[in-house]
Design a protein around this ligand. Sequence first.
Ligand code: AMP
Length: 188
Amino acid sequence: MNIILLGPPGAGKGTQAKLLEDTRGMKQLSTGDMLRAEISGQTPLGIKVKAIMDSGALVSDEIVIEMISNRIEQADCAQGFILDGFPRTVPQAEALDKMLAAKGKKLGAVIQLVVDENALLARIEKRASESTTVRADDNADALRKRLAVYNEQTAPIIPYYEGKKMLKKVDGMAAVNIVSEQIDKILG
Ligand code: AMP
């Protein structure tokens, strides 16, 4: 099955995606990880997106749409993939629908990790203070900016998927194992 994990930075999408990889053989596709790999590899794309990512803003829709379109064709996605951090804008969600239709693939579920914003700010600030600067955007200012960007640009995809009757909500504030049980129930 192919699914989307949706939720603001720090909601636990990456943690849940990794658990699903282990238990179901699905492949986590994190556009953030892919972009960070481009930066470490100092590729032309990495050089282009570094400053944008460091600031906490979004890179252009075209870049991530092309990345995902190529990636989901690869053999390790045959058992299903978990989109983590994509789509992040309504145009990305629309492009995803088109590319899946063109490739004869389908989305099985869109799972929203619902979190309390104040608790989340505390969580991401803690993460920023503990970060050994592995991620340049893991400082409190950039994280706050990423949360604002989420509310402005990504939250509108929630009604988009509600309208398609695809959205399932999960309590993202619960313990990791409880969140994962809720997701398991949805996936059946
Ligand atoms: P993440 O690891 O998902 O929090 O992503 C880290 C950063 O990568 C974001 O703050 C954006 O700059 C960029 N990024 C990741 N995914 C996307 C996306 N789908 N659209 C635009 N920018 C993205």
